[in-house]
Write a protein that binds this ligand. Structure first.
Ligand code: PMP
Length: 372
């Protein structure tokens, strides 16, 4: 099988699974308990916090472990809410775990602005500027789009915030960027940054929220007071340790260089066929392309019968009709129906990519001949 849906999820590292097993079956203690073995685990979790801050490029700040990005996004947005009517800015491209929180805030009577996207998938910075003011409470944008692969210029967003909304907090959903792009979150002055382990070969159901200053956050679940009271519930120790294994193992720079080669090979193959239209971004990990005249779902199914797995945009939204994000960049209903998403990982080889690329074009043209 050639798996090209790594933006939906990745295969866990085998050694990470061994670590998971060790912490599930041997060092299985509750880190909040009082005996030495539990205290040791609690120290180990603190070690993961420090290692994660370092990997993120944050000299200061805090890490709260969560059940994944959906929870981290909810915690950052709902947990930074203050009394009274607040003003928010979100991009149209956000994942449902941000977008639907934004809609909830709007239904609660808060002022919520959605910033449109440009045809290349990036957010419209001019529009963003227009919606910032002194009362903006939170700006929430994604670092990399899970749909198009577009990268948000966070230095620019931070500069606009400083100039036009100096009181606003900045939340970034970094799920598709962490362990893939080279950056230091300190360069963006983010207040909250979300990550999820299963997008970088860690286990599902574990993630984290980076919080620059704890006084900007309040807990949204109530319970035993774990994670300094900000996220009650016994920590997923085995998952957290396996997540650490994954982010420490990944050589971001090396993988990025490899991915550029694979990406360019695939783009070269697709560009030979004028009917295939790629959304051009600077991100080598995700290629979203329209296969004109052919239903993307049909193409995905025939490819699956040929042992090639591709995505249809966000797995979380693939069961729903249409695609809000592609609509927002100006794609018509027909164009959206013909889109598939190919997302790479460093375990793929050049031979696999060349084989898969040619096979995708071959199968696409066979279907095209039948339907045109
Ligand atoms: N944000 C983005 C950008 C994502 O791609 C995803 C996963 N599709 C999530 C959030 C949700 O992540 P999780 O599965 O960890 O809740």
């Amino acid at each position: 099988m050639i798996y090209l849906d790594n933006a939906a999820t990745t295969k866990m590292f085998e050694e990470g699974a061994d670590i998971y097993k060790k912490y599930a079956c041997q060092s299985f203690f509750n880190p909040s308990a009082g005996y030495n073995k539990a205290l040791e685990l609690s120290h180990e979790l603190d070690g993961v916090r420090s290692a994660l801050l370092k990997k993120l490029g944050a000299k200061t700040g805090n890490i709260i472990f969560t059940s994944g990005a959906t929870e981290s996004n909810n915690l950052a947005i709902m947990g930074s809410k203050r009394n009274g009517r607040q003003e928010y800015v979100f991009s149209e491209g956000e994942h449902p775990s941000v977008y639907n929180v934004a809609k909830e805030l709007a239904s609660q009577g808060h002022i919520v602005h959605f910033i449109p996207l440009l045809p290349d998938g990036e957010i419209d910075y001019e529009e963003l500027k227009k919606h910032l003011n002194l009362t903006t409470r939170l700006i929430s944008v994604m670092h990399v789009s899970n749909e198009t692969g577009a990268i948000t210029n966070l230095v620019k967003v931070d500069a606009l915030r400083k100039q036009f909304a100096p009181n606003a907090l900045l939340h970034v959903d970094g799920v598709q960027a962490f362990c893939k792009l080279e950056y230091q979150i300190d360069d963006f002055n983010v207040d909250f940054y979300t990550i999820s382990a299963h997008k970088f070969h860690g286990p599902k159901g574990v993630g984290a929220l980076y919080v620059r200053k704890m006084q900007n956050l309040k807990n949204i679940v109530y319970g035993g007071g774990q994670e300094k009271g900000f996220r009650s519930g016994t920590e997923n120790v085995a998952g957290i340790m396996a997540m650490q294994y994954a982010f420490e193992k990944i050589d971001v720079k090396h993988n990025y260089e490899k991915m550029k080669i694979l990406h360019d090979k695939l783009v070269d193959i697709f560009e030979k066929d004028e009917k295939i239209k790629i959304i051009k971004t600077c991100n080598p990990y995700i290629i979203s392309a329209e296969f004109k005249g052919v239903n993307g779902e049909t193409l995905m199914r025939v490819l699956q019968d040929n042992d090639i797995i591709v995505g249809m945009g966000s797995a979380c939204s693939s069961k729903k009709a249409g695609n809000r994000v592609l609509e927002s960049i100006g794609k018509s209903k027909d164009e959206i129906k013909s889109h598939i998403r190919i997302s790479l990982c460093e375990e793929l080889t050049t031979d696999e990519i060349v084989y898969a690329g040619n096979k995708i074009v071959e199968i696409y043209n066979k279907i095209w001949e039948k339907v045109k």
